[in-house]
Design a protein. Structure first.
Length: 436
């Protein structure tokens, strides 16, 4: 039995502290649309990125009938519909509810859960985390307190391979080889070791404890807490009682690594298909091709990844090459040598009023040899949707662009490039370290 403990004492943040939020959380959802220059935007939470083929059909239908005809994947494995009209809200909510994509209106923006997308498919990892995923989502939707989480708060469920553990979530569960799990708060090296069976409940307790600690500071995420994540972890460990043991995270594989595009080999001659989406967006026809493969050649499921890709589980080995060829012909990334591999961008102009450039068109014009490092193009200093880890940062400025290497959370001194497309493409290719 998990012990209930009083909330920790908190120290109000000083006036002007960056962690104090002076306005409400405006993160978009299905019920709260965001007005952009290209129309309204809906962000649909897809916990763990898992969609049934029927749910995928609903999203395609809504994108075509109500939006711009494309589906846009986010860095959390969620889906955005853009170009929506002002009067579409009621129909959008109705279709989401009917399809099971909106199990709780009160919790629709807080169901931010990323999960190892290849869990249970390739024989790696320490456990299949899908039971954790369904259990955590049900616990979140049943918790009155959890409805108070911000739309930015993030859970990560890592099967032990270290992929989503590296994404900087607020609460991370990572499977261990002995059946236990570690619970991490923020980026802390200290963790709580817990029985694997109780991991989803422990994650919810961590989130509810954060909510009790955050009112005085106005924090939306763990990194906003004035006292930091360590004191929060101490309190979570106390609440878990005998079920939790404070320790240091065991050394293991760690890296924000996307599934490589192509065939993912699994046991019993069953494979999965991993594809990337150029700039994270996909047209209705391409989406239909993926959905048809999932329904008729796979397990009836699509898994959206935090790296703006899609995994289709359950295809046979003999047909996999043919299916990959069809997806490549449809314009998707199906192999590591695609020039689109590792290239990302924010929406840019004309969709965003704050953007200083059409960075998606610029990224397409600057495609070159596959780079050793990913590159992300941002239309302004906000860098919406940028990746984690080591990457090349390209930011539009009033005078052109800045190109810089980001590593360990720090940005090296940038190189300024004027509005010469050839010079910009050359600078980006050099920074990425083109492979032979």
């Amino acid at each position: 039995m998990l012990a209930a403990m009083p909330p920790p004492a908190t120290t109000p943040a000083p006036p002007g502290d960056a962690s104090v939020r002076a306005r409400g959380d405006a993160c978009p959802g299905t019920l709260r649309l965001h007005r952009a220059d290209d129309g309204s935007l809906a962000r649909i939470r897809v916990p763990g990125g898992v969609l049934t083929a029927d749910q995928a059909d609903v999203l395609r239908e809504l994108a075509v009938r109500l939006g711009d005809g494309e589906l846009h994947l986010t860095s959390r494995g969620n889906v955005q519909l853009r170009g929506l009209g002002q009067e579409c809200g009621a129909e959008l909510v109705s279709r989401m509810s009917e399809s099971g994509l909106l199990p709780s209106e009160r919790h629709e923006r807080v169901r931010n859960v990323v999960a190892s997308p290849l869990s249970g498919l390739d024989g790696r990892g320490e456990r299949d985390i899908r039971p954790w995923l369904s259990a955590l989502d049900a616990l979140l939707c049943a918790s009155d307190a959890a409805a108070g989480l911000s739309g930015r708060f993030l859970f990560a469920l890592d099967d032990g391979r270290g992929d989503v553990d590296a994404l900087g979530a607020d609460v991370t569960l990572r499977a261990l080889s002995d059946g236990d799990a570690i619970l991490r708060i923020g980026a802390e090296e200290s963790v709580v070791r817990i029985p694997g069976a109780g991991a989803p409940q422990a994650a919810l307790i961590a989130a509810e404890t954060f909510l009790e600690a955050s009112p005085a500071s106005g924090a939306w995420r763990v990194t906003d807490l004035p006292a930091g994540a360590e004191s929060l972890l101490d309190e979570v460990a106390r609440r878990l009682g005998p079920a939790g043991t404070r320790t240091v995270a065991p050394v293991g594989p760690q890296g924000s690594t996307a599934p490589a595009p192509g065939m993912v080999t699994g046991p019993r001659d069953v494979v999965a298909l991993s594809v990337g989406l150029p700039l994270g967006r996909i047209g209705a026809g391409q989406w239909q091709t993926l959905t048809d493969i999932a329904r008729h050649r796979g397990d009836g499921e699509l898994r959206l990844t935090p790296w703006r890709g899609v995994v289709v589980p359950g295809t046979g080995r003999e047909q996999a090459a043919e299916l990959l060829d069809s997806l490549g012909a449809a314009g998707l990334i199906v192999g590591p040598r695609s020039p689109w591999t590792g290239v990302g961008a924010c929406i840019g102009r004309p969709g965003c009023a704050k953007s200083l450039a059409d960075v998606r068109a610029e990224a397409a014009a600057a495609l070159g040899p596959v780079g050793a490092l990913p590159v992300y193009w941002s239309g302004c200093e906000r860098r919406c949707g940028h990746p984690q880890g080591e990457w090349i940062d390209v930011v539009a400025t009033p005078d052109g662009h800045q190109v810089a290497l980001v590593r360990d959370g720090r940005r090296d001194a940038p190189v300024s490039i004027d509005d010469s497309p050839p010079a910009l493409a050359a600078a980006v290719s050099a920074a990425r370290g083109a492979l032979d």
